[in-house]
Design a binder for this molecule. Structure first.
Ligand code: FES
Length: 168
């Protein structure tokens, strides 16, 4: 009986250990896919090197606990003068990746160039404008600043203020 008890304890401890290691590995993998861009983080600011984003590429990173989408538009991606972030010749969409309906995280469908929300079928165009379904407004634009080819999230730069002024 004592042996059985010990064996059960051993199996319990071994299983717990495997589950813990598995959990840590899964968290590591999640972090890797969540923050694929090398970024520098300090005091609520995140600096991202936009020169690493290829044409047509969509990157997701985390800023203040929120997903941030950075999409570099291709020549055939529709433009939006009110919302596009221009860095030299390059054109980006920069938005908070939370659906403005109930906060689900949409995904970007490259083929249709649409952000789709799986929760209730909401859709946003490649500039983050709500185009279909229940979302009541466009995807939010986080405060940002452009320094050369660097994007600083969390600071209200000239480009951000211009976009906000056009919205008003
Ligand atoms: S949360 Fe996105 S459509 Fe409802």
């Amino acid at each position: 009986m004592a042996l059985c008890q010990n064996r059960r304890d051993f199996i319990g401890i071994a299983f717990g250990g495997v589950a813990t290691v598995g959990g840590i590995l899964a968290l590591g993998a999640m972090k890797k896919s969540w923050d694929p861009l090398p970024s520098v983080q300090s005091a609520g600011f995140v600096t991202v090197d936009l020169s690493l984003v290829a044409e047509g590429e969509m990157k997701t990173l985390q800023w203040r606990g929120k997903p941030i989408f950075i999409l570099r538009k291709t020549a055939d991606t529709p433009r939006n003068e009110q919302r596009d972030v221009l860095v030299g010749e390059k054109v980006f969409t920069l938005v908070v990746g939370l659906c403005t309906h109930l906060g689900c995280i949409p995904y970007y469908e490259e083929k249709s160039k649409v952000f789709k929300c799986a929760c209730h079928g909401g859709e946003f165009d490649a500039s983050g404008m709500n185009t279909f379904g229940p979302p009541p407004r466009p995807l939010d634009i986080p405060p940002f600043k452009i320094e050369g080819e660097k994007l600083v999230l969390g600071e209200e730069g000239m480009e951000y203020k211009k976009i906000m002024a056009k919205k008003a």
